[in-house]
Design a protein around this ligand. Structure first.
Ligand code: GNR
Ligand code: NI
Length: 166
């Protein structure tokens, strides 16, 4: 068990593009456990490895009410945008603490990923899970939700979070 430190915007390490995972070994299982623990500790509903300065393509999520449904996605890829009509959602991010911003994303997507058992799977996502998966895949590509808002708002957030960290 280990709690990991979460990088805070505008840390440049949040801009790195994560590398695919070649082998789902014990170290990846340990990493996913530590990520889930860190996510629950921060009261988040998702966490991408990039946020804890590990540049591998993996994210965890749990959108259940009672926090009993941990999910792990390795090498996630959007393979199809099933419903391209965009839906707006007020997103938060553990790397941008205290700020919520409306972001528009496709309402329904199909993703492929590898499970902790090393199996490739395909799943169609909608509603909150579609929002979170797209938010997390963006992290793995070095993108943040503030990239979708006005530069004036982004700069305001950058200044406030920079001050806070000294
Ligand atoms: O905890 C989180 N809540 C959230 C709310 C709306 C859309 C996306 C998210 S993910 C976020 C945790 C996080 O920063 N994941 O990268
Ligand atoms: Ni985030």
């Amino acid at each position: 068990m280990a709690l990991l430190k979460i990088l805070i915007f505008p840390d440049p390490r949040l801009r790195k593009v994560a590398e695919p995972i070649k082998d789902v070994d014990e170290s990846i299982k340990k990493l996913s456990k530590d990520m889930l623990e860190t996510m629950y500790e921060g009261s988040g509903i998702g966490l991408a490895a990039t946020q804890i300065n590990v540049h591998k393509r993996i994210f965890v999520t749990d959108i259940s009410e009672d926090k009993t449904n941990p999910m792990v996605f390795i090498n996630p890829e959007i393979v199809e945008i099933i419903d391209p009509i965009k839906k707006s959602y007020s997103e938060g991010c553990l790397s941008i603490p205290g700020f919520y911003e409306e972001v528009e994303r496709p309402a329904k997507v199909k993703i492929s990923f590898i499970t902790l058992d090393g199996q490739k799977e395909y799943i169609e996502l909608e509603d909150l899970l579609a929002v979170v998966a797209q938010h997390e895949i963006d992290h793995l590509d070095g993108k943040l939700m503030v990239d979708f808002i006005s530069s004036v708002k982004r700069e305001m957030i950058r200044k406030k979070l920079s001050k806070k960290r000294g």
